[in-house]
Design a protein around this ligand. Structure first.
Ligand code: ADP
Length: 366
C-alpha cells in the first residue's frame, strides 16, 4: 500500500488546510495511507507521534479554516545534512517514500534537496546500522510534489499561490475600514502591507481599494523625485474633492538607490503637504481569517493533482510543482520555478528592475 506524507512548511497561509484535506481524502480514495507531518520539517526530524496517519473524518471542516492545523515551523536542523538523514530514517520507519510539501520557496528548495540526497542518506543509514539493506530496498527513491502556500503570490510560473487571495481580501477589508475613518476626519493614511520582495498584494490592494499612490518593489521610486510626485498626485486628488488619501506601501518597497521606503518616510512627505497623516502597519491580520473561495478551490484542485502526481511519478521525473495557469491546474518543474523566483527577488534586491520585470509575470507590472 502506497504511503504518502503531507506537510505544511514556512509561513502559514489560508487555504493550507484545504490543501491537506484534499491530499488526505484523495489519497484515501486511491487506496493510499496518508500521513500528516505535524510542525513542518521539525516534525519530520522528530518522527513518531509527529507523523500521524489520517482518516477521512480527521480533516472534516478544514476547508475554510485559516492558518495550518497541522502546524508549521522553521527548522534550522533540516538545513543540516544530519537533520535530513534523521528525517529520512523517520520516513522509512513508517514506510513512507512520498512527500507532498505545501510551503514557500524555502520549503520547496529543501524538499528537492532532500529528494536528491535521499539515496545517499539511505545508504548511510544502512552503514550506521539503523536499517538492514533488505529493510531499505523498497525505499530507493523519494517522491516530492510541491504545492505553493504563500500569501505573497511570489512564485514564478503560477498565477496565484494558496493564500494570496485570502490575504488580499483581508487587506482590502482593513483599508475599507481605514478609509471610513479617514474620510470622516479628512485624514491621510499610509498602510504598510506584506509581500516580502513581491508587490502583488500592495498593487492589487491598491487597485481594489482605489488607493491614491502605491509603492512596490518592482517599480523604482526615484530618490528625490517620488516625494514630489506623491505630493502632486495627492494634491490633485484633493483638489477634485477627495476627502481621504490612502497610500499603500509594500514592505519590500525601495528607492532606486536601495534605500527602503518605509510608511514613516511616506508619512513625512504627506505631513509636509499639510495633511493630517496616520500610519497603519497591518501586520499579521493579513495572514489570518478564513480562506476565501478562490483559495479553497485552488487548494482543493491542486491537492487532488498533487496525489495524482505522486502516483504517476517515476524516479526520472523531476519533482513537480502544482501551479495554475489561465484557470488550468498545471505541473511545472519545481527546481526551475523556485530558481526563477529566487532570481526575481535577487534582481529586485539589486534594483535591476528591467530584469525583475521581464522575469516576473508581465501582466502584473504596469
Ligand atoms: P518559506 O517556505 O515560506 O520560503 P523558509 O524559507 O523559512 O520559508 O523555509 C521553511 C523551512 O524550510 C526552513 O525552516 C528549513 O527547515 C527549510 N529550508 C529552507 N531552505 C532550505 C534549504 N536550502 N535546504 C534545506 N532546507 C531548507
Amino acid at each position: 500500500k502506497k504511503k504518502i506524507a503531507v506537510m505544511t512548511s514556512g509561513g502559514d497561509s489560508p487555504g493550507m488546510n484545504a490543501a491537506v484535506r484534499a491530499v488526505v481524502r484523495t489519497g484515501i480514495h486511491y487506496g493510499c495511507d496518508v500521513y500528516a507531518v505535524y510542525e513542518g520539517y521539525e516534525g519530520l526530524l522528530r518522527g513518531g507521534e509527529y507523523l500521524k496517519k489520517m482518516a477521512w473524518e480527521d480533516v472534516r471542516g478544514w476547508l475554510s479554516e485559516g492558518g495550518t492545523l497541522i502546524g508549521t515551523a522553521r527548522s534550522m536542523d533540516f538545513k543540516q545534512r544530519w537533520g535530513r538523514k534523521q528525517a529520512a530514517g523517520n520516513l522509512i520507519s513508517e514506510g513512507i517514500d512520498a512527500l507532498i510539501v505545501c510551503g514557500g520557496d524555502g520549503s520547496l528548495t529543501g524538499a528537492d534537496l532532500f529528494r536528491h540526497e535521499w539515496p545517499s542518506l539511505v545508504e548511510e543509514l544502512v552503514a550506521d546500522g539503523k536499517f538492514t539493506q533488505a529493510q531499505v530496498d523498497p525505499f530507493k527513491h523519494l517522491t516530492i510534489v510541491g504545492l505553493v502556500g504563500s500569501i505573497d503570490n511570489d512564485m514564478s510560473g503560477t498565477d496565484s499561490t494558496i493564500g494570496a487571495y485570502s490575504s488580499l481580501e483581508r487587506i482590502c477589508e482593513m483599508v475599507d475600514y481605514i478609509d471610513a475613518t479617514a474620510k470622516s476626519h479628512s485624514r491621510a493614511f499610509v498602510v504598510e502591507v506584506m509581500g516580502r520582495h513581491c508587490g502583488w498584494l500592495a498593487l492589487m490592494a491598491g487597485i481594489a481599494t482605489g488607493a491614491d499612490y502605491i509603492f512596490i518593489p518592482e517599480r523604482a521610486s526615484v530618490k528625490g523625485k517620488w516625494e514630489d510626485e506623491l505630493k502632486e498626485v495627492c494634491s490633485r486628488h484633493k483638489s477634485k474633492g477627495r476627502r481621504n488619501i490612502t497610500v499603500i506601501v509594500a514592505e519590500g518597497a525601495l528607492d532606486n538607490e536601495l534605500n527602503a521606503i518605509s510608511a514613516d518616510d511616506v508619512k513625512d512627505v504627506l505631513v509636509d503637504l499639510g495633511l493630517d497623516t496616520r500610519v497603519t502597519i497591518l501586520g499579521h491580520v493579513q495572514r489570518g481569517g478564513t480562506a476565501v473561495a478562490h483559495d479553497r478551490w485552488l487548494a482543493t484542485l491542486q491537492g487532488v493533482d498533487a496525489v495524482k502526481a505522486v502516483l504517476e511519478a517515476t524516479p526520472e521525473t523531476p519533482s513537480p510543482l502544482i501551479g495554475i495557469n489561465e484557470n488550468k491546474i498545471i505541473r511545472m518543474p519545481l527546481v526551475e520555478s523556485v530558481k526563477l523566483t529566487g532570481s526575481v527577488a535577487t534582481a529586485i534586491e539589486a534594483r535591476d528592475f528591467d530584469k525583475a520585470i521581464s522575469l516576473r509575470d508581465p501582466e502584473f507590472i504596469e
